[in-house]
Design a protein around this ligand. Structure first.
Ligand SMILES: [Zn+2]
Length: 317
């Protein structure tokens, strides 16, 4: 990790060590002439240390992540780090956030637009600004997400187990689950890794819902990581971590109504009943059985399901 003590400059705003500032990543125009900002917050210690990025809202409806960053940047310890710097972007995808959608108004997924281009579409421009203004100035980052619509992810940190540095940093966060996750083309995580900047992706809960327990887990994990980086000195209770090397989705063999008979996040034993599918008429019922020992790491919370729908995400050590 590099110890720097030079200026951080974002969109031509210089932030000196020992100071804090707020700026917009860039300015983006709506069809109505309205100019949209993407607010960025920088908090710096006088003492050199790592630059940590805290970002959320890459998908505009993933509200847990936005609340996690909001809670973190209201803490005195985070606003006045003991060393190094924090760059916080609570809502990257301001446009989708305004619309209450996951993706941009043109249907593009911002997290598939990297590295982006200066004169491209909206998503491509935001990606370009993140790639050029943020990635070169950070040492590592946390990117907070949730499951999709009605997919409730149990709190988990995703990184590639092939990179020892990423895995070590993930361990310091002490999430309940660390999931081996390969790089996706066009993602921020992949783009940052080209410059050897590890981005750990937190997933917790489902879109457009607050899950306060999961929000707390992410806030605590971030403080543990910051403590390891010597940026804060706070007491956070310890958490135990399971390492998930492989995962698989259990899909519905028939259409009907899905009842999960287990709680999200629990261990499961091969052969035990973990859910059932019924029809609405009391004529049909089938059991869903755990294929091997593992953990439930996400649940489809929608009661009515169709054949082939993803029901439960199972993780295996
Ligand atoms: Zn997301």
């Amino acid at each position: 990790m590099t110890a720097k003590n030079k200026n951080i400059t974002i969109n031509e705003v210089d932030v000196k060590p020992g100071t804090s500032a707020q700026m917009s990543l860039n300015w983006y125009q709506l069809p109505t002439k309205t100019v949209i900002e993407i607010p960025v917050y920088v908090f710096r210690s006088k003492k050199p240390g790592p630059t940590l990025l805290l970002q959320a809202g890459m998908h505009g409806d993933e509200t847990n992540g936005i609340e996690i960053v909001r809670r973190l940047i209201t803490k005195d310890e985070v606003r006045k780090p003991l060393c190094g710097s924090i760059i916080a972007i609570p809502v990257i995808n301001t446009f989708a956030f305004l619309y209450g959608t996951r993706d941009l108004p043109d249907g593009k997924d911002l997290n598939r637009c990297f590295p982006g281009s200066k004169n491209g579409s909206l998503g491509s421009r935001i990606a370009y600004d993140m790639t050029h203004e943020i990635i070169p100035q950070i040492d590592l980052g946390l990117d907070f997400h949730t499951g999709g619509k009605q997919i409730n992810n149990y709190p988990q940190l995703r990184c590639t187990f092939d990179d020892a540095n990423s895995l070590n940093l993930a361990k310091k966060f002490q999430p309940t689950y660390i999931i081996n996750s390969s790089f996706r083309e066009g993602s921020y995580r992949k783009e940052a890794f080209k410059s050897k900047k590890p981005i750990l992706v937190f997933e917790g809960g489902e879109s457009s819902r607050f899950h306060y327990q999961y929000i707390n887990e992410a806030v605590n994990g971030t403080l543990r990581l910051m403590k390891y980086l010597k940026m804060v000195d706070v007491e956070v209770r310890e958490n135990t971590t399971a390492f998930i090397n492989k995962s698989t989705w259990i899909r519905a063999r028939s259409s009907g109504m899905f009842h999960c008979t287990k709680t999200n996040g629990v261990p499961i034993t091969k052969g035990e009943v973990i859910g059932e599918i019924t029809d609405p008429f009391g004529e049909h019922k089938e059991k869903i059985v755990a294929p091997q020992n593992g953990f439930i790491i996400a649940i489809n919370t929608h009661p009515v399901i169709n054949q082939g729908d993803a029901l439960m995400h199972l993780g295996f050590e």
